[in-house]
Design a protein around this ligand. Structure first.
Ligand SMILES: C[S@@+](CC[C@H](N)C(=O)[O-])C[C@H]1O[C@@H](n2cnc3c(N)ncnc32)[C@H](O)[C@@H]1O
Length: 189
């Protein structure tokens, strides 16, 4: 998806929603550094859990098990060894903006080229999930992409905003937002 998105936008605005301890946004930052060096992309990473966010904002430590799929070359370039395993180097850490955010009940930004929300909505009720997907849809730019976990399949209908691109990927259709019914942010779901 990233090369496709880069064809349309030189500088991408990406959101990792439910980023946990940061593996997702840092992996993304590494890939973007490799495929588009020198571009100043924005990577926003949010989670509701302050505990996991602490490790994410600190850039680790990530254990040898956490980094088992990271190549030696990438480990050397993007991490330094620390007592607890590996620590993300500042050059990579500074590319990710971390924020506390509850996906249910809090407003969020718009204008994203890509929203990654993997293995988060499986824990939500059907009502909360549908509401969140519709709000994500409004937050993604036209032709932008939503990336969900492999088991979080959406039932998409033409004209409702999202078109399936692959097992985990959905692309925003060009729609007139005024045609969609008004939507409110739920407080209790
Ligand atoms: C299983 S982890 C997935 C982490 C990451 N996306 C991945 O796939 O590796 C689910 C994350 O969703 C977060 N989460 C659950 N409910 C949330 C909510 N209402 N708002 C924001 N984050 C939430 C949890 O704190 C947890 O870090």
């Amino acid at each position: 998806m990233l090369p496709e998105l880069l064809k349309r936008n030189y500088k991408l605005n990406i959101w990792s929603a439910g980023c946990s301890h940061g593996a997702e946004p840092y992996s993304l930052a590494i890939i973007l550094d490799e495929i588009s060096p020198g571009h100043n992309h924005r990577i926003l990473a949010t989670d509701i859990d302050e505990g996991v966010m602490a490790r994410a904002t600190n850039g680790g430590p990530y254990s040898p098990n956490d980094t088992r799929n990271v190549s030696k070359v990438r480990l050397q370039k993007y991490f330094s060894e620390s007592a607890g395993g590996y620590q993300v180097r500042d050059t990579l850490k500074n590319r990710v903006e971390f924020k506390h955010l509850n996906l249910i009940g809090e407003h969020f930004e718009t204008g994203f080229d890509l929203i990654i929300c993997r293995n988060v909505i499986i824990y939500f009720t059907e009502k909360a999930k549908n509401n969140l997907i519709e709000r994500f849809c409004r937050s993604i730019k036209d032709k932008g992409v939503l990336f969900l976990g492999a088991t979080e399949t959406l039932a998409v209908a033409p004209g409702r905003g999202l078109e399936r691109l692959g097992i985990c990927f959905y692309q925003k259709e060009t729609i007139n937002i005024r045609e969609l019914a008004p939507l409110r942010v739920p407080v209790h779901v």
